[in-house]
Design a protein around this ligand. Structure first.
Ligand code: BGP
Length: 467
């Protein structure tokens, strides 16, 4: 490849605590919203954690992280994205003192990363509000959550300031639109949640996120603190201007979140939306000033693009993401449309809009893998489909760099197999490393290098020249 990825480009992989750690009841951890979602974010939630939940030990990362980080180091990772489980640090979320054992676990984890020169990139809240905050306060609908989050962020910034430089405030913050419970800890069932409450919760998250940027910089001036949004380019299905406007409005729904984080104020199109839907956001006098603490960089996940068309009721929407399917694109085993060029498109759109550095912190192919014995006797997976997917997407990151976009790094999602967020299954695998763990909870939990492991190692060693 002729593109020179910048010197110091942060190559790596990403996971989230709740999808890999397991150890849900160890060392003083409290319950989180994840622990009552036995079928993943799309399934019904239960009152208390069920038997099924307790069997979900993730990939037992809590006990095996040393082995896993060693494998990441073998691939040459420069960065490793994970999250801190809020309920390990503040088990209920509203207590005054943190749980020392929870803090110690992440101390050890970050030390282990640094031992190999791997920078941790830490998501402060990744789909796992402490369950107590959800039940008692209705999650982010309640302004009190800002104070609880502030205490939590202050605690972790202070504790890890010598170990962590890169932070993300909320995972896929815009996913609260579709997943108010998992993303916003909102206990009210989605069908009964008013737009007023939803956008009030979003406002509270914005203020909390900006406060984290402010506090983070006060405690650690060199810290780089970003927002994290789910990016999903939305194309007009046809050149009909109605479709173009439908696509623009659908994009606004998502841009709104990055706009507030990058610019520090609400965009005009949202003020119009609030007026037309009679939404009156309750604010405090200090909010406008707090929001001016804008992020250092924009990070995002990228999996799919969709199309939009005027809503005449004749088109079948895609089930998970809304919009309608793009007739030019193929889909993954899980029906997610594959569009590498959409990644170049979205990188350009974000950069033109904000002129801030960008970080691709999630991208990857969820697929069914088969563990086989290779000629040399090793157990492995011949995941050429994954290599192709990632290669095609990274080539487009390279194209965006040629376009002049400032890209800080790339962390592929689920660099080691983990539990899928939407389905709570193991069989939807993203990793370079296969974990012997099955949907029925059987398996040895042994780790095996897939073919893509060696491919990615080459990509990193050559700083992208092997693509
Ligand atoms: C993102 C989430 C991740 C991750 C990924 C893949 O939305 O931030 O937590 O799970 O999607 O989704 P899934 O696991 O459903 O395939």
């Amino acid at each position: 490849m002729s593109v020179i990825f910048p010197e110091g480009f942060l190559w790596g992989g990403a996971v989230a605590a709740n999808q890999c750690e397991g150890a849900y009841q160890e060392d003083g951890k409290g319950w989180s919203t994840q622990d009552v979602a036995p079928q993943g974010i799309r399934g019904p939630i239960t009152e208390v954690p069920t038997e099924e939940n307790l069997k979900l030990i993730g990939i037992d990362f809590y006990h095996r992280y040393k082995e896993d980080i060693k494998l990441f180091a073998e691939m040459g990772f420069k960065v490793f994205r994970t999250s801190i489980a809020w309920s390990r640090i503040f088990p209920n979320g509203d207590e005054l003192e943190p749980n020392e054992k929870g803090l110690q676990f992440y101390d050890d984890l970050f030390d282990e990363c640094r031992k190999y020169g791997i920078e941790p990139l830490v998501t402060i809240s990744h789909y796992e509000t402490p369950l107590h905050l959800s039940k008692r306060y209705n999650g982010w609908v309640n302004r009190k959550l800002i104070g609880f989050y502030e205490r939590y962020t202050r605690t972790i910034f202070t504790r890890y300031k010598d170990k962590v430089k890169y932070w993300l405030t909320f995972n896929e913050i815009n996913s609260i639109l579709e997943e108010p419970f998992m993303s916003g800890g909102i206990y009210t069932p989605k069908r009964e949640l008013s737009k007023q409450d939803l956008y009030q919760a979003i406002h509270h998250e914005f203020v909390a996120s900006a406060l984290a940027v402010k506090i983070g910089h006060e405690i650690h001036p060199q810290a780089q603190i970003g927002c994290m949004v789910l990016s999903m380019p939305t194309y007009p299905l046809t050149p009909n201007p109605e479709d173009v406007i439908a696509a623009m409005e659908a994009e606004h729904k998502n841009y709104f979140f990055a706009d507030v984080h990058a610019r520090g104020y609400y965009p005009g199109y949202m003020k119009r939306f609030f007026r037309e839907h009679d939404i009156k956001i309750q604010t405090e006098p200090e909010d406008a000033e707090i929001l001016k603490h804008t992020v250092d960089f924009i990070s995002f996940s990228y999996y799919v693009s969709i199309c939009e068309t005027l809503n005449d009721g004749s088109r079948k929407p895609t089930d998970l993401f809304g919009g309608v399917p793009n007739p030019y694109l193929e889909t993954s085993d899980w029906g997610w449309q594959i569009d590498p060029q959409g990644l170049r498109y979205v990188l350009n759109m974000f950069y033109d809009r904000y002129q801030k550095p960008l970080f691709v912190v999630e991208n990857g192919l969820g697929a069914k893998d088969e563990l086989i014995r290779s000629d040399d006797g090793e157990l492995t997976v011949h995941d050429d489909y994954r290599i192709k997917y990632l290669n095609d997407h990274l080539v487009q990151v390279g194209e965006a760099i040629k376009d002049g976009v400032e890209v800080m790094g790339y962390t592929s999602w689920g660099c080691i197999d983990l539990v899928s967020a939407s389905s709570a299954q193991m069989s939807k695998r993203y990793g370079f490393i296969y974990v012997d763990r099955n949907d029925d909870h059987s398996g040895t939990l042994e780790r095996y290098r897939k073919k893509s492991f060696y491919w990615y190692k080459d990509v990193i060693t050559t700083n992208g020249q092997s693509l």
